[in-house]
Design a protein around this ligand. Structure first.
Ligand SMILES: Cc1ncc(COP(=O)(O)O)c(C=O)c1O
Length: 390
């Protein structure tokens, strides 16, 4: 990523800093950013937090409140570590379902099979990976039919047009976004957790700030606690076991300014990706579900398991100063990571083999930066280097 925070964004920050006695901790700009983000996404409520991982944590904290005794949460092996670690920290059992290579997200048929095997599945934590829509009507209907909550992780897929012609992140019960530097937009560090459910929103907004009652936007909730606990200072009532995951006014100002150009930036990245895909050689996988895509980084997946081709590809890119990440988002199959292997059910010597697609991505894929200021000549240069590889 390059130039994700522009001089124009910084000038807006400087304007705030030059103002008389500027408030820098969470304040009116955070509220405005949340409102504008909700309008852009098409949801009722958004809560600005300090990272995408914090949005993941809050989403699963809500599930913990709803299901204090735990249960299973379905996760893909191909995602970011915080999706799975939040599930683990909240005391749920992650149940892995492999991905579909076309959507890079949980495979709907394997999901159906998994749901038929267990009764205590509380939620599906679906990742829309790398700007590709991962949600299908079948997945949505399976959630509805089985009363399973749907949490969408859209941290690397802002602006994806998903099912029902809605934006990814506006369909599930809760959704998560990241504004880390390399993503579609950036607030330095930052994230958003969104919902259409008022009860969930009240939980999220209080949990973000220590679990404090005064964060609640509902006077009825505020009054009922004040009446029930007359011995407590109303400014210091903590109805929820909270965290401090707040962001601040500087992040919000950058976010508000970035949002103005987000759609334009997404359009350039989408066009870049199509140009990249069209120029790839025949050994590269191209059959992604491109409907509604909002590419985050150029996905390069080998069609076949070919170690020599993969080595050759990596050597060529390194030699030409082209940065890439092997294994794509999160480094590939999370089940291979030590923090998952330390779980009893994945701790045997044998690496679980029933996740062939995530494993294929693990060994035979990479992503390469795609950002709005990327010049077409640079994409041509990249394609030229890739195309000489056989
Ligand atoms: C799918 C996914 N979820 C969560 C995160 C975490 O976001 P952050 O880096 O803002 O904590 C990332 C980060 O890239 C991600 O790709």
């Amino acid at each position: 990523m390059k130039n994700n925070i522009t001089r124009e964004d910084l000038n807006e920050v400087i304007k705030l800093l030059k103002s008389q006695d500027p408030k820098l901790t969470s304040g009116p700009n955070v509220v405005e950013f949340e409102k504008k983000w909700s309008e852009w996404l098409g949801v009722k409520y958004s809560v600005f937090v300090n990272s995408g991982s914090s949005s993941n944590l809050l989403a699963i904290a809500w599930l913990k409140k709803k299901y204090p005794h735990g249960g299973k949460i379905i996760v893909p092996p191909f995602t970011w570590s915080s999706d799975i670690s939040s599930v683990l920290w909240m005391g749920f059992d992650p149940e892995f379902v492999d991905i579909n290579i076309k959507t890079l997200a949980i495979d709907e048929d394997k999901l159906e099979e998994k749901i038929s095997m267990h009764e205590d599945i509380r939620a599906i934590f679906l990742t829309h990976a790398q700007g590709i829509n991962g949600l299908t009507e079948k997945i949505y209907n399976l959630c509805k039919k089985n009363k399973i909550l749907l949490i969408e992780d859209v941290c690397e897929s802002h602006g994806v047009n998903s099912i029902f012609e809605k934006k990814a992140g506006s369909i599930g019960d809760i959704s998560c976004f990241s504004f880390y530097y390399a993503h579609h937009m950036s607030t330095i560090e930052g994230g958003m957790v969104c919902t259409n459910d008022k009860e969930i929103y009240e939980f999220l907004i209080m949990s973000r700030a220590h679990g404090m009652l005064r964060e609640s936007q509902d006077l009825n909730i505020q009054n009922s606690y004040k009446e029930e606990y007359p011995d407590l200072n109303p400014l210091f009532i903590f109805p929820i076991k909270g965290f401090n995951l707040r962001n601040n006014e500087i992040g919000a100002i950058i976010g508000i300014n970035q949002l103005k150009r987000l759609d334009e930036m997404i359009k350039i990245r989408k066009d870049n990706f199509l140009y990249f895909l069209n120029g790839l050689p025949s050994w590269a996988f191209k059959d992604f579900n491109l409907k509604g895509q909002s590419n985050y980084a150029f996905n390069l997946i080998l069609k076949e398991k070919d170690d020599s081709l993969m080595n050759h590809l990596q050597e060529t890119l390194i030699r030409n100063g082209i940065e890439f990440r092997k294994g794509s988002a999160g480094g590939g199959n999370q089940i291979r990571q030590p923090y998952v292997r330390s779980l009893k059910k994945y701790s045997d010597d044998q690496i679980p083999i029933d996740f062939p697609i995530s494993d294929h991505i693990h060994f035979y894929s990479m992503y390469i930066g795609n950002y709005p200021s990327l010049d077409i000549k640079e994409i041509d240069f990249l394609l030229e280097k890739i195309n000489v590889i056989k």
